[in-house]
Design a protein around this ligand. Structure first.
Ligand code: AQP
Length: 333
């Protein structure tokens, strides 16, 4: 069976990078031949300090945002990670199979630990082990993610392979990443070498899904560029990270290729291009913000979706966990 699992952290609001790199693909994959399971990964969010009330509100808002983007609770299972205890339990079992050396080489850990300095928590190092548990608790065969998650998915495959090898079983699949579309790594609007991120201090670095038309236009107008006109061919974007990023965003939003985008705008100035870019972004995002507004006015509906999704997810994950415990030699009554 082909089964998809993917998750998103409720750290602040969802941005255009999360949408183009991941969530838009999650929505499209519902139309293909997969069982789809999507999760708001609140336990992952705890790897950096969170205000409890804000975390609770962000978790609900993010779940509503996913529905507003097109995640259909009838066709997909949508739930909150902490409501299915099997994730944390499986994570412990996997942590006993994961050498520290594998975790120490994770670039996300190195980047985030550098920011936390002396206060780096064990959870930040163990993050990819919990992520492997999230995925393998459902024996997911495919995980649609942005390009930044590639290394964590390789680790998931290593943990699955290590489990199968250690116990002489063919139990876990070697999960395939699905990194799809022309905008697999959307970069900051202020610095084309840094990924667009929820935790960036500057709100001008990202487009939030809830930004209104004026804010979107302003953020693109202020986005960093260089003095050259746009090139007519992709090779002309080499060494121009900001231009490359804006072109990839336009292509993804307009549903055309990067070649086609440059055929339209090559030789032109950024000012005209940025205006059109804001227009395609508003066309794509305004209906999502609209639906989100209506969903936020109906918290009982969103909570109901999460409750049902959690029960359905738990039934699958608990079955997998039971089998894992049997394989590992744990006694169950
Ligand atoms: N800039 C990006 N471009 C493309 N895809 C991205 N994703 C995240 N940023 C980009 C993808 O979105 C999904 C959910 O990501 P996440 O929120 O769980 O984790 P993250 O990668 O840590 O996202 P942020 O925005 O950078 O959050 P903070 O700042 O809190 O760490 C994933 O599939 C990810 O690849």
């Amino acid at each position: 069976m082909r089964r998809i699992f993917s998750g998103i952290q409720p750290t602040h609001k969802m941005h255009l990078g999360n949408y183009l790199g991941a969530v838009r693909n999650w929505v499209a994959l519902q139309d293909e031949d997969y069982e789809t399971i999507y999760c708001v990964v609140d336990l992952h969010a705890l790897t950096v300090p969170q205000d409890p009330e804000a975390l609770r509100a962000q978790t609900r808002e993010l779940a509503a945002t996913l529905i507003a983007c097109g995640i259909d609770p009838v066709r997909s299972t949508l739930f909150v990670q902490s409501q299915v205890p099997a994730h944390a339990e499986l994570s412990w079992l996997f942590s006993c199979l994961t050498p520290l050396g594998w975790l120490n080489r994770m670039t996300q850990f190195k980047d985030k630990a550098a920011k936390q300095r002396d206060n780096t928590m064990l959870g930040l190092l163990a993050y990819p082990v919990l992520m492997a548990a999230d995925i393998l608790a459902y024996k997911a065969t495919h995980v649609p993610v942005g390009d930044d998650q590639k290394q964590h998915l390789e680790l998931t495959r290593e943990i699955a392979g290590s489990f199968n090898h250690r116990y002489g079983v063919e139990f876990f699949p070697l999960t395939e990443p699905q990194i799809l579309g022309p905008a697999t790594r959307v970069m900051s609007l202020r610095d084309g070498t840094k990924k667009m991120s929820k935790s960036d201090e500057s709100d001008y670095s990202r487009i939030n899904l809830t930004d209104d038309a004026d804010t979107i236009a302003l953020k693109f107008r202020k986005a960093k560029t260089d003095p050259e006109p746009l090139p007519s061919e992709p090779a002309g974007l080499d060494g121009r990270p900001e231009a490359k990023n804006l072109v990839a965003i336009y292509a993804a939003l307009a549903g055309i290729s990067i070649d086609e985008t440059l055929r339209q705008y090559g030789g032109g100035q950024f000012s005209t291009f940025k205006k059109d870019l804001a227009e395609v972004a508003v066309t794509a995002l305004a209906p999502i913000a609209d639906r989100l507004g209506r969903l936020m006015a109906d918290p009982a509906y969103v909570d109901g979706v999460l409750r049902e999704g959690g029960a359905k997810a738990a039934a699958t994950a608990e079955g997998v966990l039971r089998d894992v415990k049997d394989i590992m030699g744990l006694v169950r009554s």
